[in-house]
Write a protein that binds this ligand. Sequence first.
Ligand SMILES: [Zn+2]
Length: 62
Amino acid sequence: MAELKALCMKCRTNNKPTMRDMVNPVVTKNEKGRYSAKGTCSVCGGNMFKFMSEADGEAMMQ
Ligand SMILES: [Zn+2]
């Protein structure tokens, strides 16, 4: 599966969320056709969540 990056709320730089690699992302599509990904931060192991564009979501589902 493709690499996915998301903001981690736990890994903060200057008190702002930091972009991290998402481990084991699971992409889901909700009833409104919106794609989102859930995974684990590669640095701190915290939960991550990200909304995705339709194009990115479809690419990840393949
Ligand atoms: Zn983190």
